[in-house]
Ligand binder design. Sequence first.
Ligand code: RP5
Length: 166
Amino acid sequence: MSEKRSENPLVYIVMGSKSDWEVMQHAAQTLSQFGVANECRVLSAHRTPAAATEFISSAEGRGVQVIIAAAGGAAHLAGVAAAHTILPVLGVPMQSAALQGMDSLLSTVQMPAGIPVGTLAIGKPGAINAALLAIAILANSRPELREKLHGYRREQTQKILKETLP
Ligand code: RP5
């Protein structure tokens, strides 16, 4: 997987490496579960800098409304994405082998004032929440998505309340 294209995507999901897909597929699945068209690509701030900036720069013109960017280690992808667009950029720090994602988290979250990145949790919870936050942003102007979000929360609450302990 280097690209999963979609016609008229509302959300881009970019990730620094194919190795991030195992986690980031949960963001794509969550968006698809809500019927939100998304496009996923491997693009790196370091290994493919020109392609990354070109892809992000053209997002607004394609009608994309939110960008999710995931990277690990020296995780500059979300910050570079935010530097090339005024669309909301949600950063997902990947769990790294050397520092368990603390490097990714700090690289993603510590943006200078003026270029915001909304940073989520490390790993799978961050991937899912980035998608839910993107959906919440889109839901501000889409009543049907807002209704689906209410339903998602209701189902989650019911599931937890029904939990029994061994
Ligand atoms: C980052 O380096 C990627 O986002 C990935 O999380 C990490 C390791 O990449 P690979 O060496 O597995 O390609 O750029």
